[in-house]
Design a protein around this ligand. Structure first.
Ligand code: SF4
Length: 333
């Protein structure tokens, strides 16, 4: 379980700076922008092209040093190393951030070898050059505590961005498929799962994808996750022996579960014949987030209903079980 973060797959979150700019459909309901706007009196002044990002305080930058020092106690209690998610309120490979800030961040990573750093970005196309400018082309290849991840929300992003992720010689690469907004077929990508590793030799883990996180969207206006999408990714990962973590359904769940839990609100049932979601994706007019936010439930494949029950009630079980797998064979001590 997380120590200082509510995010299921990490123990800590660290933001070296705050501020960003929307770059794709996965950013539509950016939590970080809304949070920054709230704290800035309504407008996120560090959001958008040209808006100066805000570097976080020296006290915040000292936190990873303290976590690093706490390694032995954490390991004794949990039997593994601490994971640090960087960055939840910004993007490490943001074009608006000067290379000197990234150089400082990489310096901090070098000072904290007891932490596993998870660098997750929606700008994976920048990673290769920016790492090289801040350090050297092979800096990341030499760091077995740096896991590099790309956010992928649909097939278009998978086709466009996974090759860019594979180009960076990180020791562990992962996909964060959240919010998942459509079906994604990963069967043609190079995997870095256990089977591949054994076949290719244990020492060579520098290729392929080593971990997949999948989750639905949460918050106001959240788009529902068609159950067939995480199921297909779970099965593809199992086939490739790649660890799979199902983070959450998001706000919506299917009718059966809602009825069982007594959570069904029939007042918002859509008129017969209208449906929102098919295995292929969202259908108009219910791809409109505002209409979606107002709907209590939506039709799935024109047959059944999904209910907006809230993130907590929707939970994170997929077909009756929790999927909490990590790339555990890589540097856990
Ligand atoms: S990349 Fe992340 S932080 Fe930046 S706008 Fe998109 S969702 Fe928000």
């Amino acid at each position: 379980m997380s120590e200082n973060s509510k995010i299921e797959w990490t123990d800590h979150t660290f933001n070296p700076w705050e501020g960003c700019q929307k770059v794709g459909p996965g950013c539509d309901h950016c939590y970080a922008e809304a949070r920054n706007a709230r704290f800035a009196g309504g407008t996120a002044i560090n959001w958008g092209p040209g808006a100066p990002r805000r570097r976080t305080s020296p006290a915040n930058w000292r936190k990873p040093l303290a976590w690093n020092t706490n390694h032995a106690a954490f390991f004794a209690e949990h039997g593994r190393r601490q994971r640090v998610f960087c960055a939840s309120l910004a993007d490490v490979f943001d074009n608006e951030v000067d290379d000197t800030w990234r150089r400082d961040l990489f310096g901090l990573i070098e000072l904290t070898p007891n932490l596993n750093w998870l660098l997750l970005t929606k700008r994976i196309g920048n990673a290769f050059e920016m790492v090289a400018r801040a350090r050297s082309h092979d800096w990341i290849a030499g760091r077995d505590n740096v896991w590099l991840g790309a956010t992928i929300v649909n097939q278009e992003e998978a086709d466009r961005d996974i090759p860019k992720l594979l180009r960076v010689p990180a020791r562990v690469r992962f996909l964060s498929m959240e919010p998942l907004l459509g079906p994604v077929d990963l069967t043609s990508i190079p995997w870095g799962g256990i089977r591949t590793t054994v076949l290719d030799g244990w020492t060579d883990r520098t290729h392929g994808i080593h971990w997949v996180i999948v989750g639905g969207e949460s918050g106001s206006g959240a788009r529902p996750l068609h159950p067939s999408w995480p199921r297909a990714l779970r099965d593809q990962c199992a086939q490739a022996w790649v660890p799979f973590l199902f983070k959450q359904w998001g706000e919506w769940t299917d009718e059966d579960w809602g009825e069982r839990a007594g959570l069904r609100d029939t007042a918002g049932v859509l008129p017969s014949g209208e449906f929102l979601l098919t295995t292929e994706g969202y259908l108009p007019p219910f791809d409109d987030c505002e209409r979606l936010a107002a709907a209590g439930n939506v039709r799935l494949d024109g047959r059944m209903l999904m209910d907006r029950v809230g993130k907590k009630a929707a939970g994170r079980q997929l077909d009756g079980r929790t999927h909490d797998e990590f790339p555990a064979l890589w540097r856990t001590q």
